[in-house]
Design a protein around this ligand. Structure first.
Ligand code: AMP
Length: 113
């Protein structure tokens, strides 16, 4: 199977504005930001989407969320922020590599589109 674009970003094969990385996850600026702050937090392991994550990935999924929360603090999103995981075609997923969107810097509407 060919690598996903996010695997290639994690491997530094293609450029991205990386804001954080560790042995499990990489976070980088979304190329098409939907808010003043729009960061994607992705696991290095290419889990296609949340629906395909297993109990073996429980700690990794927790780490994804805690990393997003730490980044929100670090990026100064003291007024609040939104985390989004799009799953499957109806959920608006366009890259088949699990990622958490961290959106902030403006007031979010509800319901989402
Ligand atoms: P989703 O629609 O939930 O699968 O989100 C995929 C996100 O990846 C979109 O917000 C895209 O703008 C973003 N994206 C796609 N390619 C890149 C890239 N090369 N660097 C940064 N963000 C990207």
């Amino acid at each position: 199977m060919s690598k996903t674009i996010f695997e290639r970003i994690c491997a530094k094969e293609i450029p991205a504005q990386i804001v954080y990385e560790d042995e499990q996850v990489v976070a980088f600026r979304d190329i098409n930001p939907q808010a003043p702050t729009h960061v994607l937090v992705v696991p290095r392991r290419p889990i296609p989407r949340l629906a395909e994550a297993t109990a073996a990935e429980q700690a990794l999924l927790g780490h994804l969320l805690l990393t997003a929360a730490a980044l929100a603090r670090q990026l100064g999103l003291s007024g609040g922020y939104r985390l989004v995981i799009n799953n499957g075609p109806d959920g608006g997923e366009s890259v088949p590599h699990l990622h958490v969107h961290l959106l902030g810097g403006r007031v979010m509407g509800w319901p989402p589109g």
